[in-house]
Design a binder for this molecule. Structure first.
Ligand SMILES: Cc1cc2nc3c(=O)[nH]c(=O)nc-3n(C[C@H](O)[C@H](O)[C@H](O)COP(=O)(O)OP(=O)(O)OC[C@H]3O[C@@H](n4cnc5c(N)ncnc54)[C@H](O)[C@@H]3O)c2cc1C
Ligand code: SF4
Length: 339
């Protein structure tokens, strides 16, 4: 059973955890990652909610368990075909890889904030995204972040829950990420006023409510319920945000030194090509469609194909890791029953 490799497509935290568990179960995982490093989106983040754990520390914890796992970087799948037993995969480096099981861990894409032109990303100097801010926390180098901002705003639901943006789903992680980033900014700039413009706050996870309460009580962060209607640049290079405060029924105007757009989680469009070659369905929003969403979320409707992490929809890191563990067990049981 362990001679045949289990191919893992995608080396984010989902693929890494799946490989770690498959190896521990005595199987031979091979990770194919299209970028030049493992880690996926987590490698771009600074501290992770809910415990503010360093993202680089989390990834470093995989070095030892993945030491003997074959990892093919800057490699993709050129073709994948079903055989009578298993799959025939040709990689972009020309290598042919027969395997009995394939785990897709191709992750998500961040919504391209420039598509919501009204928020001014790529147009106004002081408008950045959640991803840009994570990069700034890691490097402290981005000309768009002023040295001493006195007012900073966050816009929730950018490219999520939005028919016009083509994504009606909630991205699940961006309310808590906005609060986490607002707290981190307040620690950097204690004198700055910080505003979060939201439609609803979706804070469902362990400790998330504590974050929200601390953000208001200990850090004085302001939460304004209402959609931002207009963003413009002022003559002195600041950003003017207009919104309707729906709790008090009044329009609000705030001048800011920095505006952070909480870009949402959307599907990786490559899922569609991969699914097409195996005649597997994707959901309406482009994420892989699981066999079912209760008992078999890590299984495709094809024998020997498995899904882990955000390739089936928005998830947090702990959810992704737990799912990868469960998928590894599914792969193991599946292979055990193969002759
Ligand atoms: C702004 C932001 C902040 C976040 N902060 C937190 C946080 O603090 N705490 C938390 O719990 N969660 C957080 N999350 C969620 C977290 O990022 C995800 O749970 C996690 O990245 C999911 O990992 P993944 O492996 O499923 O996907 P990804 O991280 O997207 O990794 C997928 C990998 O697959 C590779 N790939 C894609 N297609 C192919 C292909 N065809 N062939 C080969 N390789 C391919 C990609 O290059 C990538 O390396 C945040 C999300 C966002 C948007
Ligand atoms: S998590 Fe919050 S910000 Fe993100 S889409 Fe859902 S409601 Fe909007």
């Amino acid at each position: 059973m362990n001679n045949n490799p289990v191919l893992i497509v995608g080396g984010g935290i989902a693929g890494m955890e799946a490989a770690k568990q498959l190896k521990a179960l005595g199987l031979k995982p091979v990770i194919v990652e299209k970028s030049s490093a493992l880690g996926g989106h987590v490698a771009q983040w600074h501290k992770l909610f809910p415990d503010m754990t360093s993202a680089s520390k989390i990834l470093a914890a995989y070095e030892e368990p993945l030491k003997d796992v074959e990892v093919l970087l800057e490699t993709e799948i050129s073709s994948i075909n079903r055989l009578q037993k298993g799959y025939s995969v040709i990689l972009s480096n020309g290598r042919a890889m027969p395997c009995k099981a394939v785990v897709f861990a191709t992750g998500f894409k961040l919504f391209e904030a420039e598509k919501k032109e009204e928020y001014g990303y790529g147009i106004y100097d002081r408008v950045i995204t959640n991803r840009d801010l994570e990069a700034w926390f890691n490097t402290h180098s981005d000309e768009r972040v002023p040295e001493k901002p006195s007012a900073i705003g966050f816009v929730h639901c950018v490219g999520s829950r939005d028919i016009k943006a083509g994504n009606t789903q909630c991205s699940k992680v961006c309310c808590i990420t906005a609060i986490k980033q607002a707290i981190e900014l307040k620690e950097e700039f204690p004198d700055a006023e910080i505003y979060c413009f939201y439609m609803d706050l979706r804070l469902f996870g362990k400790k998330y409510e504590d974050f929200y309460i601390n953000a208001q009580r200990d850090y004085g962060i302001h939460f304004i319920r209402g959609r931002v209607s207009e963003v413009s640049e002022t003559i002195d290079g600041r950003v003017l945000v207009k919104a309707e405060d729906t709790l008090v029924g009044k329009p609000v105007k705030v001048k800011l030194d920095l505006l952070v757009l909480m870009a949402g989680i959307v599907c990786n469009k490559e899922n569609q090509t991969l699914a097409y070659s195996l005649q597997m369905p994707v959901d309406d929003d482009g994420f892989f469609r699981s066999k079912d969403n209760i008992l078999s979320i890590t299984e495709a409707d094809r024998n020997g194909i498995f899904y882990v992490g955000t390739c089936t929809g928005p998830k947090t890191v702990p959810e992704t890791v737990a799912e990868a563990r469960s998928a590894a067990l599914n792969v193991y049981n599946y292979l055990k029953n193969q002759k």
